[in-house]
Design a protein around this ligand. Structure first.
Ligand code: F6P
Length: 333
């Protein structure tokens, strides 16, 4: 009987469990056995294996996190680690490995592909949506929903108290969560790494000052991507408070954006990709990510997913920047 292995690696993302379910069920249909390794690549190196049976999959799709557990394992860059992983996979008679993860995990998968004869496939699982070659990634839309809900809640208290808030969202070095949650949360301003030119402190302070003058009883929310402002959102809030004379509050949303039950879109995407991964195994494909473009499943060489930058949708950037301008249009140009 053919055997495949699955790991979830790097930052967990809502939908990973639904993906594991689809892999296990589809594999069983083709008489393929599935073994998981806990904690990602570290689990392969340390042989933390766990059989995955279709019967165990009944109540997993709804759950956030990952039933296979995950980890960051930078040591996997080393040749010895890849060779050790290859030896463990061979000991278990595994012919294909499916890696559900993001950028770093795909680098690991690509590395392993050089030292192991089996098939290596990647499924895009990261809230950051920063992998090229796929329109979206497992967990991204759920994270945006979570950020939006947090922004809505902050909006209510900010509006009640006529306050300025800087809300920091995740994304590593990409602005997908920032852009999408800024639009969904009707943010007055947005700071994401892809903006050219980047708004300066003086511009932000000026916008806040003018909005406060025109609408002193209103809230003002700025969505800020993490890793963007030197010193973080707290430092930006401090600088803006000083520049405007208005207290600016900071609210880093942090890891709440990673947890929670996957939304319907992420469950559907995860199951579509999980099923397609097993089909790719049957087709003998290796060294590829399985993604989606315009609703169609695509197979993209792994290295192209992390060597190229994925662009924000410029129409959505224009939408947010345009609406920002119109927010206080009668008084703020
Ligand atoms: O890649 C997912 C992500 O949540 C990023 O948005 C964030 O920068 C990073 O992981 C945080 O990683 P960790 O949980 O290891 O601190």
């Amino acid at each position: 009987m053919k055997r495949i292995a699955v790991i979830t690696s790097g930052g967990d993302a809502p939908g990973m469990n639904a993906c594991i379910r689809a892999i296990v069920l589809t594999a069983s249909q083709h008489d393929i056995e599935v073994i998981g390794f806990r904690h990602g690549f570290r689990g392969i190196v340390e042989d933390l294996n766990q059989p995955l049976h279709p019967n165990d999959m009944r109540l997993v799709s709804q759950r956030g996190g990952t039933i296979l557990l995950s980890s960051r394992y930078p040591q996997f860059k080393e040749v010895d680690a890849a060779r050790q992983a290859a030896a463990v996979l061979d000991q278990h008679d595994i012919s294909a490995l499916v890696v559900i993860g993001g950028d770093g995990s795909f680098r690991g998968a690509h590395h392993l592909d050089q030292y192991w004869d089996g098939q290596v496939l990647g499924l895009p699982g990261t809230i950051d949506n920063d992998l090229a070659g796929t329109d979206t990634t497992i967990g991204f839309t759920t994270a945006v929903d979570t950020a939006m809900e947090a922004i809505d809640r902050i909006r209510e208290t900010a509006e009640a108290m006529a306050r300025v808030f800087l809300i920091e969202v995740m994304g590593r070095h990409a602005g997908f969560i920032g852009l999408h949650s800024a639009i969904a949360g009707s943010a007055e301003a947005m700071l994401v790494p892809e903006l050219e030119p980047q708004p300066k402190l003086a511009d932000l302070a000026d916008s806040i000052r003018r909005a406060r003058q025109a609408f002193p009883d209103s809230s003002y929310l700025i969505v800020v991507s993490e890793n963007l402002w030197p010193g973080g959102v707290e430092e930006l809030a401090r600088q803006l408070t000083q520049a405007t004379g208005t207290t600016c509050h900071s609210a880093p949303l942090g890891h709440i954006q990673r947890g929670g039950r996957p939304n319907a879109a992420d469950r559907i995407l995860s199951m579509q990709l999980g099923q397609a991964a097993v089909h790719a195994v049957l087709d003998g494909i290796s060294g590829h990510m399985i993604g989606v473009e315009q609703g169609h499943v695509v197979r993209v060489p792994l290295h192209l997913t992390f060597e190229r930058d994925k662009q924000l949708d410029s129409r959505l950037v224009d939408l947010q920047l345009g609406l920002q301008q119109l927010n206080f249009a009668s008084n703020v140009v």
